[in-house]
Write a new protein. Structure first.
Length: 77
């Protein structure tokens, strides 16, 4: 299996935002049809919002994180 492609944090954040938007479009229809409960829809959207929050934290602190990693590895990041 080949190594996964490197995807920037900004691109990952954009993709998660797109996914959250799609879920907000699709889930109400599924709930309305009875194929998904509202509680499940809310939970799954909240999971993606947590992913977004984590990625945004990483992006906001990327330089600090890289500096810490470099310091742990003797200056080579």
């Amino acid at each position: 299996m080949s190594a996964p492609a490197k995807v920037s944090l900004a691109t990952q954040i954009a993709e998660v935002r797109r996914e959250i938007g799609k879920r907000r479009e699709v889930y109400p229809r599924l709930v309305g049809k009875g194929s998904m409960r509202q509680a499940e829809a809310d939970l799954l959207i909240s999971h993606m919002e947590a992913v977004l929050s984590t990625l945004q934290f990483l992006k906001d602190n990327e330089s600090v994180i890289r500096d810490c990693i470099a310091a742990r590895h003797g200056g080579a990041a």
